[in-house]
Design a protein. Structure first.
Lengths: 225, 225
DNA sequence: ACTGCATATATTATATACAAAATACATTCC
DNA sequence: GGAATGTATTTTGTATATAATATATGCAGT
């Protein structure tokens, strides 16, 4: 009896620092905590009903992830994210998405191809229906399947971090972002390349996909002025 | 007077957690702390003559950098580093070194080309003289110049982390590593491509360079058995 | 009003204290 | 002897206390 229950309870303990880390990270990514905003330990600790210790540890982790900057003895503040920063990120991401997609073309399983196509369809449907939340979610899923199919854990870890930064940039600068219909075609190209196990065209398609995002961002930035 | 001195003193304050972080990181990379070894807070704190708090914070940072793993309520231990892990790292690094070198071909300055060639020569000299320490140091410098010339800070940050892991792997598995003379030729190819501003051949040369390292590692591993 | 300085306040940095869980070890019971 | 249980010890998790530094405030002197 109770085998399932006790198993779950034993494994899902999370130290406070992790809870706080995730909470703060999420808050930074969705823009609830704005760039430059100070993170004061007592204030955060009180708001969350804990002591300063786990808050400090969470901040140390955010610092290494690049979401906050620290000045010794002056405290932490939410990292700024310049256009140059995000261009750097996208430059790297184009390359790594290319790599991931090429690897996926070589290593993906039949089941994964099936679910990739499934998510591809769901994405297209949401875009047609102009369901933004849904389409974003499916877009993320789509790329996650590809990353997982690369069978390269280090690559997955890095790309996740890059995506996080792009997401954050969008929230800060492009609050009204909508996924354009061209994405459907680009996804189709990627799927075709993967399905036909053509690594080099998979690489090209994925790179192009990111480059187009980059251009879209540049264009949006120009219209903002 | 004392202008220089006071300036240095003012800027040079480092929180204990940073000192400890660097100390532990170095110890892990050079293999002084071995994979799987437990990191106990009181023990480390006593050895370093500080309290547990900064030690804990340093461990949190190492955790995010991937050098230690944690089990909640059981403590931290030095991360294992499997052959699969390092193959993943090298797969990513091949791609990113390619990117960095291609970008460098487009963005490098004349001064940087000069110092690149200078370091290239120093490296070759050390290899000829079979000065291992010197050649390793110059090899690192050589690649650092290229990374810097890419003008992409995010890329630099990621590649540094990847290099760190490769270095650690070498220490763990290949204690008797020597830089082979083929590296001289590979470096020359890279320099040629960069100097002639040929981004695509720079990319190819850098990727090949890493792939060769990968093969050398695989070969070394086989002879170890 | 403005500067220079003293002092108060706020904030981080480090150390210590206490609580909770994991581990090791002994003891009991079969 | 071996499993089960209880207890002591170790170790981590969290909270709090103290020290050191940075920032803000107020006031004298001009």
């Amino acid at each position: 009896m109770a085998g399932k229950l006790s198993k779950i309870n034993l494994n899902d303990y999370k130290p406070l620092r992790e809870v706080i880390f995730n909470t703060l990270r999420e808050a930074i990514i969705v823009g609830e905590l704005k760039p430059g905003e100070r993170l004061m330990e007592v204030q955060l600790a009180e708001k969350m009903g804990v002591s300063r210790t786990p808050v400090r540890e969470a901040i140390r982790m955010l610092e290494l992830e690049g979401l906050v900057n620290m000045l010794p003895r002056k405290g932490a503040h939410v990292a700024e994210l310049s256009v140059k920063d995000i261009m750097d990120v996208l430059e790297v991401r184009a390359s790594l998405d290319g790599l991931a997609t090429a690897l996926a073309a070589n290593r993906i399983t039949e089941e994964e191809i099936k679910s990739l196509k499934h998510v591809q369809n769901q994405f297209a449907n949401y875009v047609e229906k102009e369901n933004l939340q849904g389409s974003i979610k499916k877009d993320v899923e789509f790329h996650e399947i590809i990353y997982r199919s690369s069978r390269n854990d280090k690559l997955i870890q890095i790309v996740n971090n890059l995506r996080e930064q792009v997401q954050r940039f969008r929230v800060i600068y492009l609050k009204d972002y909508v996924s354009p219909k061209e994405l459907i075609k680009e996804h189709a190209e990627i799927v075709d390349a993967i399905t036909s196990k053509n690594a080099s065209s998979a690489l090209a398609a994925a790179e192009k996909h990111i480059r187009n995002q980059e251009n879209a961002i540049i264009k949006s930035l120009k219209t903002l002025r």
